[in-house]
Write a protein that binds this ligand. Structure first.
Ligand code: ADP
Ligand code: ADP
Ligand code: ZN
Length: 213
């Protein structure tokens, strides 16, 4: 099963993608996580990506597409995957589409997690991320057992630089201009499904399971 998560930054794509991955035994692939891992390791790719990420802009398509295609070619992706944060532009979607078509394959579901902009700004300010394992928390909605510490691995939790309000408004603008058109793109392909992302995360997941089953 090949699934794409669509939605604004902070809509809950990552939260849902992790649950889907666990439930269906497929890998969760987040281009944002791949970039952050590269930044942490100080690679050339990380240095390049950081410039764009800190400004709330998209990393150029050439860089992003290559990383994603390499990742989905790995063995663990044979039975499918859930993509979180890719594609984010029409050209990215077209490249993925061509690559899959060559393999006689296609995306099964593009799930749009719908959350209005007003809710997004509040959510991002409360998001806390684990620097080590990538787990995500929210100070009100999904608090860790011990403040500032990851439940899973015990590392420190941080507010991502790009989750500060100045950057969030820019990311929302970029979302509406460059990523939202994908809703129409996947709708035309007949694979678009929308879920209300404003309800409790377990209720969002229940709606997604109904779609997938
Ligand atoms: P969120 O889902 O909260 O927006 P992500 O972790 O998906 O966060 O992305 C963080 C940043 O990484 C984005 O703002 C962008 O700069 C970069 N990024 C991630 N995925 C892509 C992509 N597919 N294309 C371009 N840039 C990307
Ligand atoms: P995305 O990957 O789309 O950027 P995340 O999954 O990281 O979004 O979620 C953004 C923030 O909102 C996180 O702090 C997360 O814990 C919280 N969150 C996710 N889903 C919900 C929900 N249904 N209700 C309230 N908060 C949520
Ligand atoms: Zn952790």
């Amino acid at each position: 099963m090949k699934i794409i998560m669509l939605g604004a930054p902070g809509a809950g794509k990552g939260t849902q993608a992790k649950m889907i991955a666990k439930e269906y035994g497929i890998p969760h692939i987040s281009t944002g996580d791949i970039f952050r891992a590269n930044i942490k390791e100080g690679t050339e790719l990380g240095k390049e990506a950081k410039k764009y990420m800190d400004a709330g802009q998209l990393v150029p398509d050439e860089l992003t597409v290559k990383i994603l295609l390499d990742r989905v070619a790995k063995d663990d992706c044979k039975n499918g995957y859930v993509l979180d944060g890719f594609p984010r532009t029409i050209p990215q979607a077209e490249v993925l589409d061509e690559a899959l078509t060559k393999l006689g394959d296609r995306i099964d579901f593009a799930i749009d997690v719908d959350v209005p902009d007003e809710n997004i700004v509040r959510r991002m300010g409360g998001r806390r991320a684990c620097v080590t394992c990538g787990a995500t928390y929210h100070i009100e909605h999904v608090p860790p057992k011990k403040e500032g510490i990851c439940d899973t691995c015990g590392s420190e939790l941080i507010l991502r630089d790009d989750d500060k309000p100045e950057t969030v408004s820019n990311r929302l603008k970029v979302y509406h201009e460059q990523t939202q058109p994908l809703i129409d793109f996947y709708s035309k392909k007949g694979v678009l499904k929308s879920v209300d992302g404003t309800v409790d995360m377990m209720d969002v997941f229940a709606a997604i399971k109904t779609i997938l089953e």
